[in-house]
Ligand binder design. Structure first.
Ligand code: NAP
Length: 257
């Protein structure tokens, strides 16, 4: 008989986390490893991907760094082929890699728009397709996409491309969940609010922005990467066996306005 603890853990599962070199991605990689998963730590930066894998090894768990640009179709297919050749399976995919360039719509150049949409949205399609084929063949899996409250509820000033890409993830997640349900693959997304990571570092140095955030966030503080990672771990585990096509807000209540 399966115990509740067995549902909650990821023992024996292989997980791929994109953008795992720092911030929320690193916290997710560590959280999944602590729950028993073996984790492939992807990042575009080989140094940080290796650092995250080393942190997981230090805690006595299994991890593998993998450098790849997730917006590059060939690089994604090569990564998935290499991982499956080494592990034999992929049970969990977390699409976390993201960029957040700042520009007004009137000033934004086409390259900025294209790069943001490629890394934040096209990559989610590319990895879901490549990993989805593996999961279908092996009989199931779980995908968790990192969107943002900025795409769904609270647009972020001077981040039109970012907001559009994160709204795209929200829509893609739902249709992906509908299509992949037939293959026993669950697909959900997490919408973080303001989280303490390198991505929000510049804004956090601005006292006026910090003051506004404290007023706007009902719990009165910013979130930590670990608080996002715990929700991702739940959605990746069999504890969430009847949850698919959903968006979970991890935002201290900010997006309920
Ligand atoms: P972060 O600190 O900037 O980390 C993002 C990671 O993704 C970096 O290690 C980055 O590598 C990597 N990356 C960028 N482009 C990549 C590519 N093409 N291929 C592979 N890896 C790539 O950001 P974060 O704050 O942890 O955010 C993680 C995710 O949460 C993002 O999708 C972000 O949009 C979302 N999110 C964050 C917040 C927040 O408040 N922090 C709120 C809502 C949603 P480099 O450092 O080398 O560029």
């Amino acid at each position: 008989m399966t115990t509740r603890e067995e549902f909650a853990t990821l023992h024996g599962k292989w997980a791929l986390v994109t953008g795992a070199g720092r911030g929320i991605g690193r916290a997710i990689a560590l959280e999944l490893a602590r729950a028993g998963a073996c984790v492939v730590c992807n990042d575009i930066d080989p140094r940080t991907a290796t650092e995250t894998a080393a942190l997981i090894h230090l805690e006595g768990h299994t991890a593998m760094p993998y450098t790849a640009d997730v917006s590059d179709r060939h690089a994604v297919q090569r990564m998935v082929d290499d991982v499956v050749a080494a592990t034999g399976r992929l049970d969990v995919l977390v699409n976390n890699a993201g960029v957040e360039p700042s520009a007004s719509i009137l000033e934004m150049d086409e390259e900025t728009w294209d790069h943001t949409l490629a890394v934040n949205l096209k990559a989610v399609f590319l990895t879901s397709q490549a990993v989805g084929r593996v999961m279908k063949a092996q009989g199931g899996g779980a995908i968790v996409n990192i969107s943002s409250i900025a795409g769904v509820r609270n647009p972020l000033a001077l981040r039109a491309a970012y907001c559009a890409s994160k709204a795209g993830i929200y829509g893609f997640t739902k249709e992906c969940a509908r299509e992949f349900a037939a293959y026993n693959i669950r697909v959900n997304c997490v919408c973080p609010g303001v989280i303490v990571t390198p991505m929000t570092e510049a804004a956090r140095r601005n006292p006026a922005i910090m003051e506004r955030w404290r007023r706007e966030i009902p719990v009165g503080r910013l979130g930590t990467p670990e608080e996002v990672a715990r929700v991702v771990r739940f959605l990746a585990s069999d504890e969430a066996s009847y949850v698919t096509g959903q968006a979970y807000f991890v935002d201290g209540g900010k997006a309920m306005h």
